[in-house]
Design a protein around this ligand. Structure first.
Ligand SMILES: Cc1cc2nc3c(=O)[nH]c(=O)nc-3n(C[C@H](O)[C@H](O)[C@H](O)COP(=O)(O)OP(=O)(O)OC[C@H]3O[C@@H](n4cnc5c(N)ncnc54)[C@H](O)[C@@H]3O)c2cc1C
Length: 382
């Protein structure tokens, strides 16, 4: 068993893609963080995701974060020394009502202003050209960004954790943080596997468990877990490789995965819980919407399915910044965008923690925005 140090410059709680990215970026900036994971690195929500990486969002900050993450993933191998398995197949969003289309028009105008020049609005014919098998008669249009796509959550997390270790971080799995210690309004350390580790800086990267971890420091964090399903078909090829395609009305989405298609959809009736058992009854509901939008799916057979947890904040935006307890930082609440935001957010938060200053203003992610009534909801949520 790895021996835990009595002190650390910074303790990161949670070794998913977010904690891994933060550990790497801090170590690269010269700090020696201690990354503690109670299970295996990357085996939480990170291992359950669809691997989607996009820059098309409705809020400026998420577009900027998406653009930075994509750039970091593009150069991941040179920088981190491992593949990110980046596949730029593009993201296609389709709208089947006029209000959604108006939202798309506003999004694209803002995205162009922010510098995402390659995103474009599409009409029905353009959509049919991109994915000929799609039902388009009921669509008002869509948006497409060719530089969005997919990457490998396991590859990226392992890449960051290994590179963090090489740069001097101590990374320890199989070690649960059981308590967070404070002296008045400041954090002083953690207790993990029965050992006290003194530290002036503790970062909560516990994904869907962020609220429980924050409660150890008597801090309230409004992050709730929600089950989300993914289903993989058996071998099923469309003539031309489709982009990641999202039907905004139903939230049904699909993308190529190996020799099959990955199918996903959210369930608005799903209550908050830590349940990750597959509800096969939900598959029937998904298939109904899926075969309307992509009728050829009637011929597909399901190979497997799984469920994982989204970590949802009240405005579907990440919560990143110092809490009311000095030295206790939050990096959670990614609301289903955590894989694609981890590269950029790890880098930006590391810059802030080492005093270098963040290259993107993270004020919209400030933990106190809910108390100030200042949350601005992200609308492009799947
Ligand atoms: C079905 C599904 C599809 C998704 N698709 C996408 C997608 O296409 N694109 C995208 O960007 N995101 C997607 N996501 C969301 C994405 O997976 C998450 O946002 C992301 O993985 C969050 O990473 P994390 O590191 O914060 O959390 P996690 O990976 O859950 O890591 C948190 C870690 O903290 C550890 N931990 C908790 N408590 C303690 C403790 N007390 N001590 C020590 N360790 C602790 C846990 O064991 C866990 O490993 C999807 C999620 C699901 C479920």
């Amino acid at each position: 068993m790895t021996e835990l140090p009595p002190t650390a410059e910074c303790v990161i709680i949670g070794g998913g893609v977010v904690g891994g990215s933060l550990a790497y970026h801090l170590a690269r900036a010269g700090m020696r963080p201690l990354l503690l994971e109670r299970g295996e690195f990357g085996a939480g929500s990170t291992s359950r995701g669809a691997g989607g990486v996009r820059q098309q969002f409705s809020t400026e900050i998420n577009v900027r974060i998406g653009m930075l993450s994509r750039r970091l993933l593009e150069h991941f191998e040179e920088e981190v020394g491992a593949t990110a398995d980046l596949r730029e197949i593009g993201y296609l969003f389709v709208a089947s009502d006029a209000m959604q289309m108006e939202q798309f028009e506003r999004n694209v105008a803002m995205q162009h202003r922010v510098g995402l020049s390659e995103v474009r609005l599409l009409g029905r014919d353009d959509i049919a050209e991109l994915v000929p098998q799609l039902t388009v008669d009921d669509l008002h249009g869509g948006t497409f960004c060719p530089t969005d796509g997919l990457a490998g959550p396991n590859e990226v997390t392992a890449g960051y954790v290994n590179a963090a270790r090489r740069h001097g971080a101590q990374v320890v799995d199989g070690t649960c943080v059981e308590a967070i210690e404070r002296d008045g309004d400041a954090v002083t350390g953690v207790v993990a596997a029965g050992c006290r580790i003194a530290s002036p800086m503790v970062v909560n990267c516990a994904g869907p468990y962020a609220a429980a971890v924050a409660a150890m420091a008597a801090v309230e964090v409004p992050v709730k877990p929600f089950r989300r399903h993914l289903f993989l078909t058996e071998s099923f090829a469309l003539e031309r490789e489709p982009p990641m395609t999202v039907d905004m009305r139903t939230s049904f989405y699909f993308h190529p995965e190996g020799d099959g298609l990955m199918l996903g959809m959210s369930d608005p009736a799903e209550p908050s819980s830590f349940d990750t058992n597959v509800d096969w009854g939900f598959l029937e509901h998904l298939v109904e919407h899926a075969t309307h939008r992509l009728p050829v799916l009637e011929r597909a057979r399901i190979r497997t399915g799984w469920a994982g947890l989204y970590e949802v904040s009240p405005d579907h935006q990440a919560i990143v910044g110092e809490s009311e307890v000095a030295g206790f930082w939050l990096c959670c609440g990614f609301s289903g965008h955590g894989f694609m935001q981890a590269p950029a957010v790890g880098r930006l938060l590391a810059a802030e923690l080492t005093g270098a200053g963040s290259e993107i203003d993270l004020t919209s992610f400030a933990p106190d925005r809910f108390a100030r009534g200042a949350g601005s909801p992200e609308a492009a949520v799947i």
